[in-house]
Design a protein around this ligand. Structure first.
Ligand code: TSJ
Length: 650
């Protein structure tokens, strides 16, 4: 297949890519839906970098009917000349060398390439084929393939089908176009999720002001194209997160500075709510676990606002705590730096100690400068008022005690009215099903094995935990019932030894409402009962979408892809029922598909899933659900794709 001789260097290169295929998890985390999207982000990141460096302003992402994806920018084009050390074109280096990302060129390419991880060569290694076009006066093309080497019986990865070729075809375009087909033998699924992609591209557009990002899903009957471009960048991001909330001042405060080689950018705006929402990023990668940059940001903010408080003589004595200034705060912090080190449970926490001081100083100095602006006086007045209220509540003490008491008072059976408990007393065998809707709840109660399966129907939606203070959350009946049923208490009072169930199984519909309920519950567990998730007690039950049956045969399909397989299994004369929701299933069906340990399909929730659910709830979903639903309804093609399901299934 691959023609021509290879110099020694090439052979090493190819072994490098083959190693990626041997252990994909080492390079992209998983071979599930996450990993699949990861190889797209590797390409997108390169195009975004070209924009961030000022050489391009547009990135287009396309999904095609055959399952492939492409990314195009209007930048300088990957270098086509021969790389002095490697002796092959820059393009070939980029796609065949691990970590080749930002190795050539000059300091322009500071924050790019390998930083996200591994670069374009990994995408190449895990693709069935990959095609590149570079537009620089003429069109240059190159193609790579992975194939089975008949001699060795081994799969070769990302092999160049000839060198980079100047087709001679004239073009007025500038830039790079990369088109690839994820390898179905590597990934558990090669179905890209429009929802996941759309959400991330929107986030990237917020984080990279002025960059025009276009996303076309060409897979369905009618193509759908979305455009994201935010000239306000982080300011627009904060406004978006705060949309629908009562903001204490109209324009977010914004800072941008490069200090000690770190590019620091932030925007903040206070609302009348009680939660603190600080979202941080390093090199466009979310850091939900925080880290040194966030620490610096918080202390800089606390310090400068306490300066203001002194100057305005807001407090007679003493000073505010950082918490007081962060009540109702929405903030986005985005930094760019080299040699990033991630740590933490999910490797989403910035570890570099050298990031803290520059961020602290910049935050302090920029905001301090803003206080000199007379027009912003009222902004700082309202921040002070808010902090004063927060401090009063705090000084009136007891917040912690309140929580403790509230949590304690929930113990005992008084609130578990709706719960159909189980009779067995062995917690390690017991299962609690949290079921969306009274109707499905009723079926579940009839179907269950009373001895070890308990059912808790959720009537409404549990409230969006993000927006509320803990004591408000404790007012919510659905949440109170869950807390009292579990027997562990919450937050500071959480004690896993009280847990009455080994498995907590969330059963919600396979639609957007169901996705929202799952995300809210996960966010709640993640925030207030984290150990429940980290010790693997939380599960998602997956109801099927179709029943395929005839006389005495019944089979279920869990998604559209599975349907044809199931149909052929049942054979001639089959009939199909599509479930609109759990509520349509009778007890027996519910038992077979989602409750019977022998036949059901459960997914254990990881801390990673929960972090992601929380992040989506707090940034990219939030109050926008109604909007989003409207949007989805108007774009029928997106209906097939369910963001959270994708995520939660993994
Ligand atoms: F991922 C990827 F490598 F496949 C890829 C790279 C995909 C896409 C869609 C775009 C790109 C890309 C790379 N866009 N722009 C660039 N730029 C360079 O590689 C480049 C160009 C010129 C110079 C220079 O120093 O003159 C340096 C670099 C790194």
């Amino acid at each position: 297949m691959a023609k021509g001789k290879y110099i020694a260097e090439d052979i090493k290169i190819l072994e490098g890519l083959d190693a990626v295929r041997m252990r994909p998890g080492m390079y992209i985390g998983s071979t599930g839906a996450r990993g699949l999207h990861h190889i797209l982000w590797e390409i997108v990141d390169n195009a975004i970098d070209e924009c961030a460096n000022g050489f391009a302003d547009t990135v287009k992402v396309n999904l095609y009917k055959d399952g492939s994806a492409s990314v195009e920018d209007n930048g300088r084009g990957i270098p086509t000349d021969i790389h002095p050390k490697m002796g092959v074109s820059g393009v070939e280096v980029v796609f065949t060398q691990l970590h080749a990302g930002g190795k050539f060129g000059d300091g322009n390419y500071n924050y790019s390439g390998g930083l996200h991880g591994v670069g374009a060569s990994v995408t190449n290694a895990l693709s069935e084929w990959l095609k590149v076009e570079v537009y620089k006066k003429t069109v240059h093309t190159m193609e790579f393939k992975s194939y089975l080497d008949k001699e060795t019986g081994k799969v070769k990865s990302g092999v160049a089908m000839g060198r980079l070729k100047d087709t001679g075809k004239k073009t007025t375009k500038k830039g790079t176009f990369v088109h690839f087909m994820p390898d179905a033998t590597v990934f558990e699924t090669i179905a890209f999720s429009a929802d996941v992609i759309q959400r991330r591209l929107k986030e990237l557009a917020f984080l990279n002001k002025g960059v025009n990002i276009e996303f076309s899903d060409l897979r369905g009957e009618n193509p759908v194209t979305l455009n994201f471009k935010y000239d306000g960048g982080l300011v627009d991001f904060v406004k978006y997160v705060n949309d629908g909330k009562n903001c204490l001042y109209k324009e977010p405060l914004y800072g941008f500075e490069e200090r000690d080689g770190i590019v620091i950018e932030f925007a903040i705006q206070h609302t009348d709510s009680y939660t603190e929402s600080v979202f941080s990023y390093v090199n466009n990668i979310p850091t939900p676990e925080g880290g040194t940059h966030e620490t610096g940001f918080r202390s800089g903010l606390t310090r400068v606002l306490n300066d203001v408080a002194k100057e305005k003589r807001v407090l007679k004595d003493g000073s505010f705590l950082g918490d007081d200034f962060r009540e109702g705060l929405t903030a986005i912090l985005s930094i760019k730096m080299k040699n990033v080190q991630f740590e933490g449970q999910t490797k989403t926490k910035l570890g570099n100690p050298e990031a803290r001081m520059p961020v602290e100083t910049t935050t302090h100095d920029v905001i301090s400068e803003l206080t000199r602006n007379k027009k912003l006086s009222s902004v700082f007045d309202s921040i002070m008022q808010k902090a004063l209220m927060a401090a009063k509540v705090r000084l009136a003490a007891r917040k912690a005690k309140e929580i403790a008491r509230a949590s304690k008072s929930l113990e005992g059976a008084s609130l578990v009215g709706k719960l159909a408990g189980c009779s067995g007393r062995k917690a390690e065998q017991n299962e609690l099903f949290i079921v969306e809707g009274d109707s499905a709840g009723g079926s579940a109660k009839q179907a269950r094995v009373r001895q070890y399966q308990a059912i808790l129907p959720l009537r409404g939606k549990p409230l969006n935990v993000e927006k509320k203070k803990l004591d408000q959350i404790l007012q919510n009946e659905e949440i109170r019932t869950i807390i009292s049923a579990l027997g562990t208490g919450i937050a500071g009072e959480f004690d896993i030894s009280g847990l009455k169930y080994d498995k907590i199984i969330i059963l919600a519909d396979a639609d957007d409402d169901g996705a929202h309920i799952r995300a809210i519950l996960l966010t709640f567990f993640y925030r207030y009962m984290k150990q429940l998730v980290s010790e693997g007690h939380v599960y998602i039950g997956m109801p099927p979408l179709y029943k395929v049956y005839k006389k005495d045969v019944v089979e279920y399909a869990y998604d559209d892809k599975e349907l044809p397989k199931v149909i052929s299994k049942v054979g001639k004369g089959y009939m199909i029922q599509r479930y609109k929701g759990l509520g349509e299933m009778d007890p027996e069906q519910l038992w077979d598909t989602t409750m019977n340990p022998e036949t059901r399909s459960l997914t254990r929730v990881t801390i990673d899933d929960a972090t992601e659910a929380e992040r989506l709830i707090t940034t990219l979903m939030g109050d926008q659900l109604e909007e989003r639903k409207k949007y989805i309804a108007e774009h029928a093609d997106f209906n097939k794709v369910d963001g959270y399901k994708d995520l939660l299934k993994k």
